[in-house]
Design a protein around this ligand. Structure first.
Ligand code: FAD
Length: 487
């Protein structure tokens, strides 16, 4: 008789859990999937990537309508936004994607799904309500939730997080956004574009603080030009409700007390791992406030229990959750030791302009003291960018010894898609000369990638030394035209 009911049990039906479950089951492991909520899909589908990108699209179409005259079109007054209809569109996109993440589909893949909060009874047994399931191996993929910062007064008011913001029944007249990370900034721009008056309050002196300052500042300048107000270097003192309004008070860098007022407040100040109620202490799984501690093979302090996705607190992206799920399947199902390698994790903030990144940025290169130089290519030299009316745009290439790319940051329209070529090149260790020599379709933004590589190589090709050698060997006569000849 089998010792355990299942070969592998997965806790959490989001990006990481679904990928582990489908992979394990298709490889022949008897797989159980446990999801706390009523539907599979997790935060990304219901309260994260999908609703936020759908909202961003609605907001950018509305913005384009308002900017129609800049494209040589009749100026239009599109009228106020009915947010209930935007929320309806968000719901319909979620519903369509939900079909890929249905219990039916997972059953066809061989996975048994149970709904309810999972709680460890012992190292191999997990309770869901009054049922107990045993598995040889477990994977905790329970994700994260918005962190509740210790701001005086916050727990006494009705504040918004990413769980409520996509299903509002009407557009708020004004919105305070607490935090300036990717989620906060994407939402601030979208709600401002849709017509809310938005004020962003941030403790440090920079938005998107992981990014290089020049790139993040360009995003901020664009948003400020559209009407978002920024309060940087702000020490929040507290929030309260006063006369139907939220009042947030902070101390600015000069020690002055400032008040910001808004109809609602969106709190986007980081994430906490979903570990509450799982009885991790009882089974000896180490964790801290950031998440469940894992080794390079994503094993927890109980080596038959793995943790993947947001819950381990390393990177909190859907694509990283998917990557980590693959590493778990290798280790737990294939029994092929595989370690995570986060050196080339790309990410993108979907503002206008977008800000995408892979590898080291300038800030990281300076901190690591790695030998490096920075090459910048402005989007303004790209024909397609001009045709699109693309606004601010810049690519920063961080080069290491022998011009090996250490990292790339791209700011501009479709930056996330433009980054794909660098994802392939850096993972495949493709040199700049290959990208520079490859034929790219004209006119595309992709030519920016080719051009920056070309500019690095042209420093060598068109150097005085090469010119001198060619002149010597082939007896070239030199310039046919010099500045001033045309006067
Ligand atoms: C507004 C917003 C926008 C985002 N945009 C992007 C983006 O554009 N790109 C990107 O890469 N990432 C984005 N993210 C991050 C992304 O959503 C997460 O990184 C991703 O969802 C993590 O996947 P996961 O499987 O670890 O967790 P989740 O997808 O959250 O899945 C965890 C699942 O576990 C379940 N669960 C929790 N506790 C238990 C329990 N005790 N028992 C059973 N089940 C449990 C939860 O209900 C949930 O369904 C965004 C996040 C937010 C909030």
């Amino acid at each position: 008789m089998a010792k355990f009911d299942y070969d592998i049990g997965v806790i959490g039906g989001g990006a990481a859990g679904l990928t582990v479950a489908s992979g394990a089951s298709q490889l022949g492991a008897k797989t159980l999937l446990i999801e706390k909520e009523e539907h599979l899909g997790g935060d990304c589908l219901h309260y994260g990537c999908v609703p936020s990108k759908t909202l961003i699209k609605s907001a950018s179409v509305y913005q384009l309508m308002k900017e129609s005259a800049a494209y040589g079109l009749p100026a239009v007054d599109p009228g106020p936004v009915d947010f209930a209809r935007v929320a309806e569109r968000i719901r319909s996109v979620i519903e369509r994607i939900q079909k890929h993440d249905s219990v039916d589909r997972f059953c066809r893949l061989g996975v048994w799904t149970e709904f309810g909060p999972a709680r460890f009874a012992d190292e191999h047994s997990v309770e869901v309500g009054d049922k107990v399931f045993t598995a040889a191996k477990w994977v905790i993929a329970s994700g994260s939730s918005p962190a509740a910062p210790p701001v005086p007064g916050l727990s006494e008011i009705d504040y918004l997080t990413n769980r409520e913001i996509f299903s509002l029944d009407r557009l708020q007249e004004s919105l305070i956004v607490l935090g300036a990370g990717p989620i906060a900034i994407e939402m601030a721009q979208s709600f401002n574009r849709l017509g809310s008056r938005v004020e962003v309050v941030q403790r440090s002196g920079q938005i998107l603080s992981k990014e290089d300052r020049d790139m993040a500042d360009t995003v901020m300048e664009k948003m400020a030009a559209e009407g978002v107000r920024f309060h940087l270097n702000s020490k929040v003192r507290g929030v309260k409700k006063e006369g139907g309004e939220i009042v947030l008070s902070y101390e600015d860098k000069n020690g002055r007390e400032i008040e910001v007022r808004g109809e609602k407040i969106l709190v986007a100040l980081g994430r906490s791992p979903n570990i509450e109620g799982m009885n991790l202490e009882a089974v000896g799984i180490d964790h801290d406030r950031r998440g469940i501690k894992v080794d390079a093979r994503l094993r927890t302090s109980q080596s038959h229990i793995y943790a993947a996705g947001d819950v381990n607190g390393v990177f909190q992206f859907t694509h990283v959750a998917g990557y980590e799920a693959g590493v778990v399947v290798s280790n737990a199902v294939f029994h092929l030791p595989r370690k995570v390698n986060y050196a080339l994790v790309p990410w993108c903030t979907y503002t206008r302009p977008e800000l995408a990144s892979i590898g080291m940025n300038e800030k990281m290169a300076e901190k690591s003291e790695a030998e490096h130089r920075v090459v910048i290519e402005e989007f303004s030299d790209n024909d397609r960018h001009l045709a699109e009316g693309g606004g601010a745009g810049r690519l920063k290439l961080i080069l290491g010894p022998r011009d090996r790319p250490l990292g790339v940051q791209i700011l501009g329209i479709h930056a996330g898609d433009l980054l794909a070529e660098w994802v392939a090149a850096m993972n495949g260790k493709v040199g700049l000369s290959t990208i520079a020599a490859a034929i790219h379709p004209y006119p595309t933004l992709g030519e920016i990638n080719k051009r920056v590589c070309g500019s690095v190589l042209s420093e060598k090709i068109f150097s005085a030394r090469v010119r001198k050698a060619l002149t010597f060997f082939f007896n070239f006569k030199g310039r046919a035209c010099k500045p001033g000849d045309l006067n």
